[in-house]
Write a protein that binds this ligand. Structure first.
Ligand code: KG4
Ligand code: ZN
Length: 337
């Protein structure tokens, strides 16, 4: 069974070919970092334009690397949402057109389902059910993943997502975009305990997150230092901020695993590429006698391979719209995913 998947929900144009649901034949990602970095964040209109320019070559490259022709495919999957509508429409329209020409099913995949299943792209895979933490640029959520097709969200961010907080703090410190990788790099030379930034634990039984407080605390810290003409220790600020974010992500995830009696934890989403978060989660999970499963870093950030995994399971179970030409994209996830 050969499936082509397309991802274009945000600032990556990506395509992948998956064989029999397990064998990844190719995964191509065109990142738009250079397009958006002069603006310190994603400019939706520029994202759409870049997707239009790159979708064809990216898909062509994915097929070529896989050694597969369009007429050999059994299905095409594309991210349906959540994300930027203009960007989603480009990947989805391309997928629909190609599927129409080849008379193939076109399967709409939820981007979050892709992140939740990205762990199956690695070597070490969990059994069901597992607790998954998705920390990305748009989401910070905890899920119970019951099987390949059913996911239960038990916590989400009430304001900024973890990745968004990294991006905003990096912008404030003049470190560029995207913020996650550059903060992680600076943090390597800093002291985690140098500055005590706040941790928003919220209500005792809540698995929700809030990262706007820690972001504001960094803003205030920087402003105070500037008023006093003190020099900023960027590595210390980065290390202390990163620790505050990682602490809450890790402890809430462990708390959820304990509450639901599930001893397998999966990390996903762009912030999941953060080395300190990976180490901290691994350490805490081992302390609690829980198994921790980390996807390779390049499958944490947006890619089409994870969309292919999710698309394959929808295809296999027949859970896709027969009349896919009518399928629309969505900017926010429908309830339940
Ligand atoms: O999952 P993703 O590629 O896109 C969304 O679905 O949002 O996540 C992108 C986010 C950005 O906010 C970026 O700053 C963050 O992931 N990120 C990181 C790291 N690499 C990417 N955050 C912390 N540490 C990293 N190493
Ligand atoms: Zn994502």
């Amino acid at each position: 069974m050969l499936l082509l998947a397309i991802e274009s929900s945000c600032d990556e144009t990506a395509a992948a070919v998956l064989q029999d649901g397990v064998n990844l034949l190719s995964s191509v990602v065109d990142s738009q970092i250079q397009v958006h970095s002069p603006y310190g964040g994603i400019v939706p209109e520029l994202a759409s334009r870049r997707h239009i320019a790159t979708i064809y070559p990216v898909v062509e490259q994915a097929l070529q690397q896989a050694g597969v022709r369009l007429d050999q495919l059994d299905a095409i999957a594309a991210t349906q949402g959540p994300g930027l509508v203009g960007s989603l429409l480009i990947g989805m329209s391309f997928a629909k057109a190609a599927a129409y020409v080849e008379n193939l099913p076109c399967i709409g995949v939820d981007h979050m389902a892709g992140h939740l299943l990205s762990i199956f792209l690695g070597k070490d895979t969990p059994s069901f059910p597992y607790i998954a933490l998705i920390a990305s640029g748009g989401h910070s959520s905890i899920y119970i993943v019951h099987d390949h097709l059913s996911y239960e969200q038990i916590g989400q961010t009430r304001d900024d997502a973890a990745g968004e907080a990294f991006d905003k703090v990096a912008k404030l410190l003049g470190l560029g975009y995207p913020g996650g990788p550059v903060i992680a790099e600076k943090a390597e030379k800093g002291k985690r305990e140098a500055i005590s930034f706040p941790r928003a634990w919220l209500e005792a039984d809540s698995f929700d997150f809030s990262f706007s407080g820690v972001k504001t605390a960094v803003v205030n810290f920087v402003n105070r230092a500037k008023q006093k003409n003190e020099e900023l220790n960027i590595p210390d600020i980065c290390a202390s901020f990163q620790e505050a974010v990682a602490d809450v992500l890790v402890e809430k995830t462990i708390m959820a695993a304990r509450k639901f009696g599930i001893d397998r934890i999966v990390l996903a989403g762009g912030v999941g590429a953060n080395q300190r978060l990976r180490e901290h989660l691994t350490f805490r999970a081992l302390e609690e006698d829980m198994g921790v499963f980390l996807p390779p870093k390049h499958f944490c950030t947006d890619n089409a391979a994870m969309i292919a995994i999710a698309g394959y399971h929808l295809f296999n179970s027949g859970r896709y719209e027969a009349d896919s030409i009518e399928m629309d994209v969505y900017s926010r996830s429908p309830v339940g995913i």
